[in-house]
Design a protein around this ligand. Structure first.
Ligand code: ADP
Ligand code: ADP
Length: 225
């Protein structure tokens, strides 16, 4: 079956249950946004999907193949973090190409992927700069570019715009929507910003206390009579 499937996902930290049984199916190409109060488990759920946290119970499959115990690097996904996590001593080009070199991808292919991502993100003129010489918005676009060049089936975003000022947040949000329209991957996105959720999501998942409280399209969730 195509897409991402979560079944009965539970996550405990010590004696604290943080995820209390999450069942969720996400279709290929869907843009799904996780919202909910601070501490409800949004980041934990994203990190579980990424393979950065193990689960206490439950299983995860991608396109019908179980990945519950598969390493993060073998899940075919790419994550964009809130803090840009760029390498300060590397240029923009190196930041985007580094992981691909380690994966053994051919140089010409790497160059083509970096060029394409840079064009999409309007970074072509900045490829030889280091992160310190970029604005916050440009840095976040590099972080997004680093995910795009991996050519993942699934993108994971953990509050990617929360370090940007209001104007840049709106601009970058529009770029993300355009990006999704252009490259069409599955996008799973954590935010506590309701406007981001409403404008980006095909479907919104409202978490509360480690459970799914509501799930639906923006219209279904926020426009009810
Ligand atoms: P959200 O992203 O919705 O704000 P999180 O997933 O970050 O929530 O956290 C959910 C709960 O799990 C919080 O109560 C948090 O303190 C706890 N938590 C998160 N990570 C850890 C950890 N590594 N060890 C212990 N508790 C954690
Ligand atoms: P690698 O070069 O093998 O990807 P890294 O040190 O860059 O190793 O990353 C360590 C782990 O984090 C790996 O599992 C890798 O797949 C993952 N990782 C690194 N960057 C990203 C990213 N942008 N998106 C998703 N996963 C990432």
């Amino acid at each position: 079956m195509a897409g991402l499937e979560l079944r009965g996902i539970r996550k405990d930290y010590g004696s604290t249950a943080v995820l209390k049984g999450i069942d969720l199916s996400i279709a290929d190409g869907e843009f799904v946004v996780f919202v909910g109060p601070s501490g409800c488990g949004k980041s934990t759920l994203l990190r579980v999907i990424a393979g950065l946290e193990t689960v206490t119970a439950g299983d995860i499959s991608i396109d019908g193949a179980e990945v519950t115990r598969t390493a993060a690097s073998d899940r075919g996904l790419a994550m964009v973090f809130q803090s840009y996590a760029l390498y300060p001593h590397m240029t923009v080009h190196q930041n985007m190409s580094f992981a691909l070199e380690n994966m053994g991808i051919a140089k010409a292919e790497i160059a083509a992927r970096v060029d394409r991502a840079a064009r999409m993100l309007r970074l072509t003129d900045y490829l030889q700069r280091r992160p310190a010489a970029l604005s916050g918005g440009q840095r976040q676009r590099v972080a997004i570019g680093r995910a795009i060049v991996r050519d993942p089936k699934i993108f994971l975003f953990d509050e990617p715009l929360s370090n940007l000022d209001a104007e840049l947040r709106v601009a970058t949000r529009k770029e993300l929507a355009a990006l999704h329209a252009e490259i069409g991957g599955t996008m799973i996105y954590v935010t506590h910003d309701q406007v981001e959720a409403m404008t980006l999501a095909d479907r919104i998942v409202v978490l509360n206390g480690g459970r799914i409280e509501q799930i639906g399209t923006p219209l279904e969730l926020y426009n009810r009579p």
